[in-house]
Ligand binder design. Sequence first.
Ligand code: RIB
Length: 297
Amino acid sequence: MKKIFVIGSINIDITVSGERLPEEGETVKADKFYIYPGGKGANQAISSGRLGAKTELIGKIGNDYFGDIINNYLKKENVDFSLKYGKQTGVAFINVDNHGKNMITVYPGSNNELNYSDFNYMKFENSIIMFQQEIPLKTIEDTIKNSFDNNIIITDPSPFIKDEFILKNSNFLTPNEKEAGLLSGIKINSIEDAEKASRTIHEKYGNNIIIKLGSKGSLINYNDEIRYYKPYKVNAVDTTGAGDCFNGAFASRFLETNDVNKSMEFANAAAAISTLSYGAFPSFPYINDVLNAIDKT
Ligand code: RIB
């Protein structure tokens, strides 16, 4: 395997963090406010780059103030980037509570304008290609149709939209428990439910399924063999981007080792570490942080 390509969203995350999340019609006070780049695509790419994998991010931002902030952050990272320019940079409005849980509303802006024709000069061969669903699904479909079969495609079906072509043509699907519930029709309240859901999804689409269970850990159904990974016990302050970090970490380790078990252990640790600090980008660990955490267990 040569390289990881992440084709996906890039946003500016505008976050307030407080005691609890507001309910409908309610105003609550926050005690922290911060602005950092995020977006599921950028988060996956930054994570895999920081964890040592040769990574390229393909996405679309606006030629605007937020776009400049993103460019300046990306230049400091271990990631090649092919950024295209559309009308307005995507923005995510995020509420975080004091257990690190969040609620997110995304305005996609230029992410919605990313088309396959923007990057059809690129050849994806013998690489890992990572998708999430904050860009047009047609762009993902067209990329898959025009890529060689020797790539490994990892799709995070988030935000959840059911696209049968993408689901069938991904080598790995990485839903969280809610998305796995929607894909399988099984409400997930336990590890056993998640195992059942992974079997149902595997039977339907024939691919490998990773279910991210947040504070309950994660599991993989790889070639119909299921393995569960216990969570790391951490005091999470902000879980924004933890699932994206998981994907970036899994891909970076898989690129290096081709070993699913090692990659899951690594991703589990990386995602847990990412919840220990505020924001998406600033919280993603470097390789030694993850290896040290694994050594201590
Ligand atoms: O998965 C977290 C990400 O979702 C945030 O960074 C935000 O930008 C939204 O895309």
